[in-house]
Design a protein around this ligand. Structure first.
Ligand code: G6P
Ligand code: ZN
Length: 542
């Protein structure tokens, strides 16, 4: 095999964000952009003689990028690559493969829930041998490499076709092309009570899973239809397409409106769910009810023992800081540890590895457990089906029971998108400067009790993360959190997270936006969101 070493120059803007490097497809396909980033990752992980998993969500450029990466892996001395057929792997499936085959890590190609296509987004991240996203020490080292890179190595030969399963070679490097679904489906069978769900479905329980033209289509068809017996067509938008059918593969009430409409129909299915571009996010619905991700985390944790994989109980629950406190109440009742981490799944890794958390979740539609080191959309769906089957209740009844026991934490997120970056940064900086002056003052009739910028010290490895979002606590227990999104590719997105807890004896049947109206107004007055962004309402409310 001929190896070519090509001279290159650092390219600006290769700093990995919340979840690897995410850019527009246009930027990613610029000459040497991908190659520079891949070589920078390789320079950090020193891949000679090692084995990696490679796969992506099938979005536009996935195939081209994987072919280049295989050639670069071979040229950098990689011993073996395990790749999903067609270059496809959901993010949780990739995490599982890294763990199952004890590889030295993996490379996942995805921009998650961002649209795909020539005008959409692309992304690439490195996951470490525990199956989880690389921690900041590694992503920072990669970024440093991108700033000084002078050359990259690539095989002259073309990479073999990966459209069929089998063992192939590129020079001395072995390429094993595997079925993307089989190992993952087998793992789910060990965690979830498939018999109980099969029985539920055979008795007429109906479901609709919207794969949003993204990666979970083949996984959901195999598991929900073939193994669990849901009728053909229960999985919709099941064929992955490079531009997600022109849609926005983000499972929330805005982008999965079609699913919401079906579930709000009194004659609709009993259960509805969706997943995102790369299969790690989820949305859960019952007929007539949308379950917020924060509530979903709390319910899954409270009922985890009903699933065989967690029958022995859970060790702890971890949630990201902006996620509601509903899960903390479950942890308190179970007598297990409750952790509050910065936004980003990677922060759960140490807690999961140390056995201090079993179930994790984020308001950003992510839920998962210690079975992999990524959040897992289909796992959450299967946990819910398992819980429904075991409790013999509808989603609405499960929520009503949960709120009656723990109280209800009303929750909503308001997003101000594509805000001028300077405006957004100044808004956050000014707010940060004023934090100390806020306690004791009232806004929209609510008095601030605490105002702080969230800093985190990892209880396992002691690593620190600062300035992770501003928390405003109000008298009576309401909370507002403000932070800038770390995943956008255009301008800045300001996120305002709102919550207000109602005790079991209180009014548990309010419209969430109504229940949160006052805290939203207070937050707006404090941060001057509408004034500074020039918007009179958030762009997206979830
Ligand atoms: C990605 C990460 C999540 C995180 C989310 C936050 O999806 O995988 O763990 O919660 O980004 O996104 P944001 O846009 O709010 O930074
Ligand atoms: Zn995702």
């Amino acid at each position: 095999m001929q190896i070519k070493t090509r001279a290159t120059r650092p390219i600006d803007g290769q700093k990995p964000g919340t979840s690897g490097l995410r850019k527009t497809t246009e930027v990613f396909s610029q000459s040497d952009f991908l190659q520079n980033y891949v070589q920078s990752m390789f320079n950090v992980v020193e891949p000679a003689g090692k084995t990696y998993v490679i796969g992506g969500d099938g979005r536009y450029f996935n195939d081209v990028a994987i072919a280049k990466m295989l050639r670069m892996a071979a040229a950098n001395g990689v011993k073996k690559v395990i790749v999903g057929r067609g270059g496809l792997l959901s993010t949780p499936a990739a995490s599982h493969l890294i763990r199952k085959y004890e590889t030295d890590g993996g490379f996942i190609l995805s921009a998650s829930h961002n649209p795909g296509g020539p005008k959409g987004d692309f992304g690439l991240k490195y996951n470490i041998p525990n199956g989880g996203p690389a921690p900041e020490a590694i992503t920072n080292a990669i970024y440093e490499q991108t700033k000084t890179l002078t050359e990259y190595h690539i095989a002259q030969d073309d990479a073999p076709s990966i459209t069929e399963e089998g063992r192939f070679a590129l020079g001395d490097m072995e390429i094993e092309v595997i079925d993307p679904v089989a190992d993952y489906a087998a793992l789910m069978e060990t965690l979830i009570d498939f018999d109980a769900i099969r029985d539920l479905i055979s008795r007429g329980f109906t479901l609709r899973f919207d794969a949003m033209h993204a990666i979970t289509g083949p996984y959901a068809v195999e598991i929900l239809e073939r193994r669990l017996g849901a009728p053909h067509g229960s999985v919709v938008n099941r064929r992955p397409s490079p531009d997600f059918g022109g849609g926005h593969p983000d499972p929330n009430p805005v982008w999965a409106k079609d699913l919401v409409d079906h579930l709000m129909d009194p004659d609709g299915p009993d259960f509805g769910a969706a997943s995102d571009g790369d299969g790690d996010r989820n949305m859960i619905m019952g007929r007539g009810i949308y379950v917020t991700p924060s509530d979903s985390l709390a319910v899954i944790a409270a009922n985890a023992h009903l699933a065989p994989g967690y029958a022995g109980g859970i060790a702890g629950i971890a949630r990201s800081m902006p996620t509601s406190g509903a899960a903390d109440r479950v942890a308190a009742k179970l007598g297990v540890e409750a952790h509050q981490t910065p936004t980003g799944w990677k922060f759960f890794g140490t807690l999961l590895d140390a056995g201090r958390a079993t179930i994790c979740g984020e308001e950003s539609a992510g839920t998962g457990s210690n079975h992999v080191r990524e959040k897992d959309g289909l796992w959450a769906v299967l946990m819910w089906l398992n819980i429904i089957a075991a409790r013999k209740q509808s989603v609405q009844e499960i929520m009503d029971d949960h709120w009656a026991e723990y109280g209800r934490t009303y929750y909503s997120r308001h997003d101000y998108e594509a805000v001028d970056s300077d405006v957004a940064n100044t808004l956050m900086d000014d707010l940060r400067d004023r934090l100390e002056t806020l306690p004791g003052k009232s806004f929209a009739g609510l008095t601030v009790t605490h105002a702080q910028d969230f800093d985190y010290t990892d209880p396992v490895d002691g690593s620190r993360a600062t300035a992770q979002g501003i928390i405003l606590n109000f008298e009576g227990g309401a909370r507002a959190v403000l932070r800038l999104s770390g995943t956008g590719t255009q301008g800045a997105t300001i996120r305002l997270y709102l919550e207000n807890h109602e005790d079991p004896a209180g009014n548990l049947a309010q419209d969430p936006q109504k229940a949160l109206e006052r805290v939203a107004r207070a937050a707006d007055q404090i941060a001057e969101l509408e004034k500074r962004t020039g918007r009179d309402a958030p762009d997206v409310i979830t």
